[in-house]
Design a protein around this ligand. Structure first.
Ligand SMILES: Cc1cc2nc3c(=O)[nH]c(=O)nc-3n(C[C@H](O)[C@H](O)[C@H](O)COP(=O)(O)OP(=O)(O)OC[C@H]3O[C@@H](n4cnc5c(N)ncnc54)[C@H](O)[C@@H]3O)c2cc1C
Length: 546
């Protein structure tokens, strides 16, 4: 037998994760930190088992059967093993319930679980995120009847009671722009509201509930006339006949996640709040799902880097292991530094969310959360694609071969920039956050994060870049077109400044116990540059597209 290459081994996602350990050690009170250990270890065990299982089995996709042998419409979906394990596993380890427990650390403790579980879950985390978002939006609505009806299911720790919720917003005519949505809500006298229309992307079609945007019959045009409705999809064990699954989408990635095109043919529905301003009512849900997106993007980066690093110790080229080739080592270290910045920002948003929801936030922190949520989502989404692509390359040809399990990382990552607010749309959203007190709030936060920093060069780079961002905003302030054209560059710049300052805080904390790695991550991250401002030139743009 000739040479056989050893494949990469997955280190235990919890026991080997220095960043999550350091974060939780720094932030959590000792007794809460200790209480978390068993759940995190169990989710890490599951992730390692799932990686092993996937490498030994043929990948499956969900299958939709629309009709039974006797011509009855059944719309039955067979799920993958990880999906069948989802309810049991997530309720046992309180993945959702943890985030709604009292106390400012609740969200951090939730997202630590999400981070460890996500890749193994095969995007079962997608409907979990929407369920979390639905619970948050329903709480924010103050609708006591719905709170009493839905939340005990959404936040249950009992798999038999647990319900998933979807979010039915996107239609053929628009996902980012829902103002022309065609789904109509009708009511016969005092009877229930009923929804009629077509939803183009429904990722939790196997769920028991959903929040849906619809236009009450007779209401006007546009966004403001849309209302938010709560629906239930099941009648006992059977799906309600007014919910018709037209087909499952054939997707680039997230293939285990059954994303469906559906028809609503009079599905009963309850208004969540007033019969208008549904987009405003759904905003708390989107803030939560965007945080999930950022944490899941970071989890994919962690997985890709962990495998790439391990492989570099096993693969030889030109007489030595790849990890000893200076350029390969440099490439992996560059990826590591970017990942650590993304990790720091995503988890800062998670913590802020917990502080704001639990009344523990400082004066500037609600504004900061409003700004950092879209920034974290859009930046980590793009970075996940880039790092997963680089990770595949670091395996050479093997990275391109399906049954290594590696290409799936890249295909799955491509969804992070698209759903839950696409990059450009979120860049524009961050402009709205900046129009208020967003930038001053970020400066206050950055000053705080840098208060014990001893890397003067990093602090100077952050300060200079924030000044450049402020000058850019001042320059383009009056010119809406150039402000919009530069929004993506501005968003990346601010995200990188925030990430660098957060890395500096972690580096200063770690240095106290002699740990020098985080300082190296900070230096490397800053050396990649913080400023991504784009000088918009409408004339050249016109020429290039003409
Ligand atoms: C796997 C998957 C699952 C999904 N699941 C769900 C689900 O469960 N529920 C749900 O409701 N939706 C779901 N979606 C839909 C998703 O949220 C939308 O596709 C997304 O919001 C983008 O909307 P769109 O498709 O209409 O794209 P468009 O908005 O048409 O975007 C096209 C391009 O135009 C750009 N663009 C749009 N507006 C602007 C602007 N003002 N300025 C500059 N650029 C702009 C965008 O950046 C993008 O590059 C899912 C999508 C995927 C891929």
């Amino acid at each position: 037998m000739g040479f056989l290459q050893e494949g990469p081994q997955l280190a235990h996602p919890w026991h080997s994760d220095r960043w999550l350990h350091a974060l939780l050690d720094r932030v959590l009170p000792t007794e809460r930190r200790a209480a978390l250990d068993a759940d995190l270890a169990a989710l890490g065990d599951y992730a390692q088992m799932a990686w092993q299982r996937a490498s030994e089995s043929t990948r499956r996709k969900p299958v939709l059967t629309q009709w039974d042998a006797w011509g009855r419409r059944v719309d039955r979906i067979e799920l993958t093993t990880a999906w069948l394990e989802g309810p049991q596993l997530t309720t046992r380890h309180a993945v959702l319930a943890a985030g709604h427990a009292p106390g400012e650390y609740a969200r951090l403790e939730e997202f630590a679980r999400v981070y460890l579980y996500h890749v193994a879950s095969e995007f079962y985390t997608c409907p979990l995120a929407m369920t979390d978002g639905a619970a948050t939006a329903i709480k924010a609505s103050g609708n006591a009847a719905l709170i009493e009806r839905a939340l005990p299911h959404f936040l249950s720790r009992d798999p038999a009671r647990f319900w998933l919720s979807g979010q039915w917003m996107t239609e053929n005519i628009g996902g980012s722009d829902v103002s022309h949505s065609e789904t109509v809500a009708r009511r016969d006298g005092d009877g229930p509201w009923r929804l009629h229309g077509r939803k183009w992307f429904s990722s939790a079609v196997v769920g028991e509930a959903a929040l849906a945007l619809a236009r009450p019959e007779g209401a006007g045009e546009g966004n403001a006339a849309l209302a938010l409705f709560y629906v239930e999809t099941m009648d006992g064990q059977r799906r309600k006949p007014e919910l018709i699954i037209d087909r499952l989408k054939d997707k680039l990635g997230t293939q285990e996640l059954p994303t469906a095109e559906i028809h609503l043919d009079g599905l009963p529905a309850w208004p969540v709040g007033e019969l208008a301003h549904g987009v405003r009512q759904v905003a708390p849900m989107l803030n939560v799902t965007r945080t999930w997106n950022a944490v899941c993007a970071v989890a994919s980066m962690a997985r890709a880097i962990s495998l790439a690093r391990d492989y570099a110790t096993r693969r030889q080229a030109f007489g030595r292991p790849l990890i000893e080739q200076p350029l390969h080592a440099q490439t992996l270290a560059d990826m590591q530094a970017e990942f650590e910045g993304a990790f720091a920002l995503a988890f800062e948003v998670a913590q802020l969310l917990g502080r704001v929801e639990n009344g523990a936030a400082a004066a500037h922190e609600a504004t900061l959360l409003r700004l950092l949520t879209p920034l974290a989502k859009l930046w980590t989404g793009k970075l996940a694609v880039k790092l997963c692509s680089e990770a595949l390359e670091s395996f050479g040809g093997a990275g391109y071969i399906e049954d290594t399990g590696l290409p799936q990382l890249l295909r799955d990552a491509q969804v992070y920039p698209i759903w839950e607010g696409i990059t450009n749309v979120l860049s524009l959203d961050s402009l709205r956050a900046l129009a208020g007190e967003g930038l001053p709030a970020l400066r206050v936060a950055v000053d705080g994060w840098l208060s014990s920093n001893d890397d003067a060069a990093a602090a100077a780079a952050i300060a200079a870049t924030l000044d450049a961002a402020a000058a850019h905003l001042d320059r383009s302030g009056a010119d809406r077109a150039s402000l919009e054209a530069g929004a993506r560059g501005l968003a990346f710049t601010l995200a990188r400044c925030a990430a660098a300052a957060l890395l500096a805080r972690q580096a200063a904390w770690s240095a106290r116990s002699g740990e020098r790695r985080p300082g190296a991550a900070l230096r490397r991250f800053v050396s990649h540059g913080l400023n991504r401002l784009m000088v918009s030139d409408a004339g050249d743009t016109g020429l290039l597209l003409g």
